[in-house]
Design a protein around this ligand. Structure first.
Ligand code: G4P
Length: 525
């Protein structure tokens, strides 16, 4: 196969959902279709059990599973599929944001009884920012859920994207009879079954009396009426609108019952994008370029203190990556080669000789990489698009053991490079502030500093509402702002100016008083 053919057949995506909507179940069923696993129940959920939230070691143990399932590669039809897993626990949402920078498309799972939930809303913001094509799977149709038309409206309003059903349910819950697959024009009849595929009947003419034979008079009439309405309300499906991130095709099904999953997957491989061009500061990088380039989007530390190595996950952006070939670590301006790069096939980690644009390779690492680092065949290229988002929780971090100041400093630096949390240094008093998405991350940091760096930290409360990255075309106003708010000014790891607002009110006042300053809630603007 040529380089271009290899790259074109790749589909790299993530499944996102609010916890419990069915992400793990859907992932597992997709792997079943790809022949990557043979029985349901083989994929361990990396979901953190609610009972264990106070014991973070237990959480890490559970999270450890996620290394194995971080990337799941498998072959389906003529396609090479890479599913990137995202942590289920919202305290690790920042990990998910970064993973979304490494995918070419996304499948969103929604619980049809619950509709759009908070976590989904947040993750969709990132997809919208990046114009990532998304497809929606309305799950749990075997349960009593909400009216499908209401769900469509809700997705459109809450996720800020146009929708277009490509399948439509016939009833739900106990009376669920299946779906009409609008994309393929066939009828998928439902039999609850956790292991095998449902029955599919080609059915182009819905006015045929045969429909009554399959689903009964009442449901046949309702289905015809619903589909008429769909044709009236929604424009015909246009794949370009999906690819530009403006329209989300919607499928209905039940992941647990393996229903509607194959239909989703078949449509997905046909229309989802192959690796897309990636923006670098210098230029746009096309996946088909011969020269290799890629960036680190995730670093997974080994939790065992005796084996302190990490795995740096690299998304190949262009060309072909090869084992034992020298590549440039752009930040170090140094050549490096990798004897044991791994790929993730069917849940096994294997050493690979080559990987193509769209693939993810895992590089064993001893602290050489940080999130966002670029590798290339020689070009000085810096990939964009690994934004930090304003954390939701903040605490001062203090040294609790004066003899270990250096260790603490090193530990904090490395953990921040790994992307565990964000560090801000207050410019007024020099104190270090750690910002996280959830309480758990503070516990993780404290534990890891002690066990991996032999350093002890102490947390001190600070009342902050948001961290905003600020910029302005008016240098004088920016200076004036920094002077006026000097107590609230900090620098992030990249030495960028950050304004720490202690309340929504304070932020609003600042925005009103300084009209020429732009306040950003993410570091990429
Ligand atoms: P998540 O990764 O998005 O957090 O969700 P997960 O797949 O773990 O699914 C959450 C729960 O919803 C699981 O039940 C799962 O069995 C159930 N589920 C998933 N898909 C469907 C579906 O199509 N229909 C129905 N009725 N349930 C579904 P659980 O009881 O929390 O876990 P388990 O003990 O079954 O594993």
């Amino acid at each position: 196969m040529t380089l271009a053919e290899e790259i074109k057949r790749r589909r790299t995506f993530a499944i996102i959902s609010h916890p419990d909507a069915g992400k793990t179940t859907l992932t597992e069923k997709l792997l079943l279709f790809g022949g990557a696993i043979h029985v349901a129940g083989a994929v361990k959920s990396n979901k953190i059990k609610k009972t264990a939230t106070s014991d973070w070691m237990e959480i890490e143990k559970q999270r450890g599973i996620s290394v194995a399932t971080s990337v799941m590669g498998f072959e389906y039809r003529d396609f090479k599929i890479n599913i990137l897993d995202t942590p289920g626990h919202q305290d690790f949402a920042e990990d998910t944001f970064r993973t979304l920078t490494a995918v070419d498309s996304v499948i969103i799972v929604i619980d049809s009884a619950k509709g759009v939930e908070t976590q989904t809303r947040k993750l969709m913001q990132v997809c919208r920012m990046r114009k990532t094509p998304v497809m929606v799977f309305m799950n749990k149709m075997d349960r009593e859920g909400r009216d499908p038309f209401d769900l469509m409206d809700e997705v459109e309003a809450e996720l800020g994207i146009k929708v277009r059903p490509l399948s439509w349910p016939i009833n739900m819950g106990q009376n669920f009879k299946g779906v009409y697959n609008i994309y393929k024009e066939d009828l998928n009849l439902y039999t609850p079954n956790k292991q095998t595929v449902s029955e599919t009947i080609e059915f182009k003419d819905l006015n045929s009396k045969e429909l009554e034979g399959y689903i009964g008079e009442k449901d046949a009439a309702k289905l015809r009426e619903d589909l008429d309405l769909i044709q009236g309300v929604y424009n015909p499906f246009n794949v370009d609108e999906y690819l530009s991130g403006d329209l989300a095709p919607v499928f209905f099904g039940s992941a647990l019952n393996t229903f509607g999953v194959k239909e989703l997957l078949d449509c997905f491989v046909e229309i989802a994008p192959s690796p897309r061009a990636v923006e670098a500061i210098e230029r746009k990088v096309d996946p088909m370029e011969q020269a290799f380039s890629g960036f680190v989007f995730k670093i997974h530390a080994n939790m065992d203190p005796n084996h302190r190595s990490c795995i740096a996950f690299v998304k190949v952006c262009s060309g072909k990556f090869e084992r034992n070939v020298n590549y440039k670590h752009v930040r170090f301006n140094r050549l490096m080669k990798f004897a044991a790069p791994t790929a993730f096939m069917a849940q096994r980690k294997e050493t690979v000789d080559e990987a193509y644009a769209g693939d993810i390779v895992g590089l064993p690492d001893n602290g050489n990489f940080k999130i966002g680092d670029s590798l290339s065949s020689g070009e000085d290229i810096h990939f964009k698009g690994l934004p930090s988002f304003s954390p939701e929780m903040f605490q001062y971090i203090e040294n609790a053991d004066p003899m270990k100041q250096k260790q603490l400093q090193k530990g904090i630096d490395q953990l921040m490079d790994e992307g565990v949390a964000q560090l801000f240094v207050n410019q007024f008093n020099g104190r270090k502030i750690i910002g996280t998405v959830g309480q758990l991350q503070f516990e993780v940091i404290q534990y890891r500093l002690l066990h991996e760096y032999n350093a002890q930290c102490r947390w001190e409360p600070i009342r902050l509402y948001k961290a905003c990255w600020i910029e302005s075309d008016d240098a004088a106003e920016l200076e004036n702002f920094k002077k006026r708010k000097y107590q609230y000014m900090a620098k992030d790891k990249e030495n960028r100016d950050v304004f720490l607002a202690d309340s929504a009110y304070m932020l609003q006042m600042a925005q009103e008083d300084f009209k020429n300053i732009r306040f950003h809630f993410s570091s990429e603007f």
